[in-house]
Design a protein around this ligand. Structure first.
Ligand code: ATP
Length: 370
């Protein structure tokens, strides 16, 4: 990534750092971040509150100045370019619409600031109204439309001047669950239809997995992993990512001498199991095995020995398509979350207090250092 910039890179961040305050009160919001975001990509910055997502977005938008490091747009350093001159627009969390203006006036605002000809503005506003399906509301003031409609106006306004990059800061968090789901799909199809690079900020891992081409998972100002939703979910780089993206069980184990089956782990409560991994695990080394709840199978207690744990059920939660069981392990190593998909004709056969066995399939698990 340090070499020549390739034409498919829209934004390159090079060792970007942002600190606030001084002396003992210094906060490092972004720590030496290096990252390429591609053209026509739906890229998401995902992380818990305070991890530096908004600061990164504000640096790209030009609302903050980097402490050190550079930001390249199409290969050009944009440090000295003020926000309104960058071909980068932002959709803010609160939409920041002008309530006294109509929907159409709001959408055309940026183009009027750019002093584009009237005809061109009118045509572009019409195009944008169609794109976000608000033709019927073009004359309505934005103080008199719903939250979802305001969201669409904010999007149309940000897209009207054809930016190269669109920044979206927690854009869907104010919407109720159903509308948020709808807007997720709409945002995704808007990105595909316009070909503009979208950089989306969220703390909601499900939202990030659903919408993104790639996700950067952040913690305390640092990138923990960059990958496709599939990669960050199924191949988390470390315990932070495994824990933050989706629900996870961590089983403890120690390395054994490898045999013909591959890497062998002495797994607490199960014994020796072969787990496929690229990394070598030294005999005796402590490891954590990441097991997703949907990769475990739960049964009434039986005595089959193969790859199974035993415990008693502490909680059963029916969640519509699936049921979640919290199982307290009999080996004293804590709680295990198991997820089972429901079928309509099925009566729950496992209840709170039941003794159960939980079958574990080694090839769906992943080994992380202890
Ligand atoms: P949230 O999801 O809560 O918005 P975030 O991941 O977007 O959080 P940032 O807002 O980027 O995180 O903040 C990163 C860190 O920088 C936090 O510790 C925050 O308190 C600090 N910070 C952000 N802005 C400032 C500022 N203007 N002055 C001082 N500290 C700041």
């Amino acid at each position: 990534m340090t070499g020549e910039i390739t034409p498919d890179v829209a934004i390159r961040l090079k060792k970007l750092t942002k600190t606030y305050g001084s002396g003992n009160g210094t906060v490092t919001a972004v720590k030496s971040t290096t990252l390429d975001i591609f053209k026509n990509e739906f890229f998401t910055l995902l992380g818990p509150s305070g991890c530096g997502k908004t600061t990164l977005l504000r640096l790209i938008g030009g609302f903050e100045y980097p402490t050190t490091g550079t930001i390249l747009l199409d290969g050009q350093d944009i440090a000295e370019v003020p926000p309104f001159r960058r071909p980068i627009n932002t959709v803010f969390q609160n939409y920041a619409l002008f309530p006294h203006m109509t929907v159409a006036e709001n959408i055309g605002f940026g183009l009027r600031m750019l002093k584009r000809p009237r005809d061109e503005i009118a045509a572009r506003v019409d195009e944008m109204l169609k794109l976000v399906r608000l033709e019927n509301l073009s004359g309505r003031r934005t103080g008199q439309i719903s939250g979802g409609q305001q969201q669409r106006v904010a999007l149309a306004r940000a897209l009207a001047s054809e930016p190269k990059v669109l920044l979206l800061d927690e854009s869907l968090s104010a919407l109720d669950y159903k509308l948020r789901k709808e807007m997720q799909m709409e945002l995704k199809s808007l990105q595909a239809a316009t070909g503009i690079t979208f950089i989306f900020v969220t703390h909601d891992q499900e939202e990030a997995l659903t919408m993104s081409d790639r996700v950067a998972v952040l913690s305390s100002g640092e990138i923990m992993q960059i990958g496709s939703p599939h990669e960050v979910y199924n191949r988390p780089a470390n315990r932070f990512v495994a824990n933050f993206v989706g629900e996870t069980n961590f089983l403890q184990g120690r390395g054994l001498n490898p045999d013909a089956r591959g890497t062998m782990i002495d797994l607490q409560g199960i014994g020796a199991v072969a787990i496929p991994t690229k990394d070598t695990v030294a005999p005796g080394a402590l490891v954590h095995i990441v097991v997703r709840p949907e990769h475990l199978r739960i049964f009434p207690l039986s005595h089959e020995p193969a790859s199974q744990l035993t415990g008693s059920v502490k909680m059963v939660s029916f969640c519509g398509p699936e049921t979640q069981y919290t199982v307290e392990l009999s080996n004293g190593s804590g709680l295990l979350l198991v997820r089972k998909y429901n079928t309509p004709d099925e009566n729950p056969s496992i209840a709170i207090g039941d003794d159960v066995s939980v079958r574990f399939t080694p090839n769906t698990a992943q080994v992380l250092p202890g």
